[in-house]
Design a protein around this ligand. Structure first.
Ligand SMILES: Nc1ncnc2c1ncn2[C@@H]1O[C@H](COP(=O)(O)OP(=O)(O)O)[C@@H](O)[C@H]1O
Ligand SMILES: CC(C)(COP(=O)(O)O)[C@@H](O)C(=O)NCCC(=O)O
Length: 409
């Protein structure tokens, strides 16, 4: 969220600031109203309820909007302020230049701590944290909510900034505990949360199929954020982080920007959708002239990523390079990163003797190419014994999970 741009240009911000002027008597909360009592225990926090997952690239903010604000045991002036905040967050889908609400993910009629309401899903770049804190300060939120539940690396990195800038305490929760909690909660509340891709290699026959994930254990989670973490999950509370790689969504975005000059993830994905990685990658058939049958390597398999451009052989020509477009480079970057993650996922699943692999994280946002590649790779290399599963709320599980844990504590 970019409060500066919002302040100057956005009608909503003007409304919000007026609303704040109309509600001057915000309570100055004392420690027993902060959500954490004098013994350091979390009490029955008044609304609003936020969960933040502050990741390496994106900050995910989940806002629980109660159906009936009076259910929340707040004072009259709090209720008014809460209404203003609710209006600001829920009447808009964009906040400043970089904040977005994913309306299509909104979950209505859910219950958190016995209160029914709606979950809203908002994201902004973590690099905009300073602007977000300025906005929170400007809106006077610090006077209302003095504790926010948070997870992800940024919950540690920005803890002091929250305290100093807006007098907000962060109630910190582990990112993988939160992720699992959120995943279980969302899957339970959204019947169409989990799906797989049928016929992933045949564009005309490829479609999403709903998957019943009500008996999920054991399963592998591959969380593709800035980096990648792989968790083996054996029950609701029993899991291990079995592996990880630094070559993740951040790598895709970083390399793509460097190679193509694009500036956003969306642009990178659009370029990739129009490109052809075989102009950049060296395939098995470029080396073997066809399949490498003895070890089951099909000719169309990438033998060596980006190798067509720089190694010796029939494609090592200036002419060849000059035919490579930005789109091809974006596609090759996407395929390289995705295939590598797929290989790691498969090895982990084999090692853990697990056949269901759930891919999540915002790298998969608006990214059917990567999802279909992963679906195909898992199926092909496991000879149909492993299944790639996907979840609609991709990158928001941590934020939801820490919100839930906060209210459970
Ligand atoms: N609007 C976006 N801006 C930046 N990266 C995005 C965006 N949408 C999707 N992504 C991808 O998602 C990744 C971050 O995923 P996320 O699960 O939020 O991880 P993190 O917690 O590390 O921020 C980025 O590295 C990028 O590949
Ligand atoms: C450090 C992290 C857990 C942070 O999570 P993220 O913000 O990337 O979602 C993740 O980037 C990661 O697991 N990186 C891979 C480290 C490794 O195993 O090599």
């Amino acid at each position: 969220m970019a409060p500066h741009s919002c302040k100057s240009s956005c009608q909503v911000d003007a409304t919000m600031s007026k609303e704040n002027e109309d509600t001057p008597n915000l309570p100055n909360k004392t420690s027993d109203m902060n959500g954490i009592d004098s013994n350091g225990l979390i009490d029955n926090l008044s609304m609003p309820w936020f969960g933040m997952d502050i990741g390496g690239t994106l900050c995910k903010l989940v806002y629980f909007e109660p159906k009936d604000l009076s259910e929340c045991e707040s004072s009259a002036s709090e209720v008014e302020t809460l209404r203003n905040i609710r209006r600001y967050l829920t009447k808009n889908s964009a906040y400043g230049k970089t904040g977005h609400r994913d309306i299509h993910l909104q979950m209505d009629n859910v219950t958190v701590k016995g209160v029914s309401g709606t979950l809203h899903f908002i994201r902004f770049p973590t690099s905009e944290m300073k602007n977000f804190l300025d906005l929170a300060k400007y809106k006077g939120m610090a006077k209302l909510v003095t504790t926010v539940c948070a997870t992800g690396g940024g919950a540690y990195k920005f803890e002091e900034d929250f305290k100093r800038e807006v007098n907000m305490k962060l109630a910190k929760f582990d990112e993988f505990d939160s992720l699992l909690k959120g995943l279980q909660y969302i899957d339970k509340n959204n019947p169409s949360e989990c799906y797989y891709w049928a016929n992933p290699t045949e564009p005309s026959k490829c479609f999403k199929v709903n998957h019943d994930f009500s008996h999920p254990y054991p399963f592998l989670i591959v969380n593709i954020g800035s980096g990648v973490s792989v968790l083996a999950v054996y029950s609701a509370t029993n899991y291990r982080r079995v592996s990880g790689t630094s070559i993740g969504g951040g790598t895709f975005l970083g390399l793509c920007c460097l190679l193509t000059g694009c500036n956003t993830f969306e642009e990178a994905i659009e370029l990739a959708a129009e490109g052809d990685n075989t102009h950049v990658d060296k395939l098995v058939k470029d080396i073997y002239g066809g399949d490498y049958q003895r070890f089951g390597l099909p000719g169309d398999l990438v033998a060596s990523s980006f190798s067509a451009l720089c190694s010796f052989g029939q494609m090592n020509s200036r002419e060849k390079r000059s035919k490579v477009s930005r789109q091809d480079l974006a596609r090759a970057t996407l395929v390289t990163i995705t295939n590598n993650i797929g290989s790691i996922a498969r090895m982990c699943a084999t090692q853990e003797k697990i056949d269901r692999v759930v891919f999540i994280g915002n790298f998969l946002r608006v990214n059917p190419i990567a999802m279909k590649l992963l679906a195909y790779a898992m199926d092909y290399w496991s000879k149909g014994t492993m299944k790639a599963l996907f979840l609609e709320h991709e990158g928001y599980f941590g934020a939801v999970g820490c919100l839930l844990q906060f209210h459970e504590a």
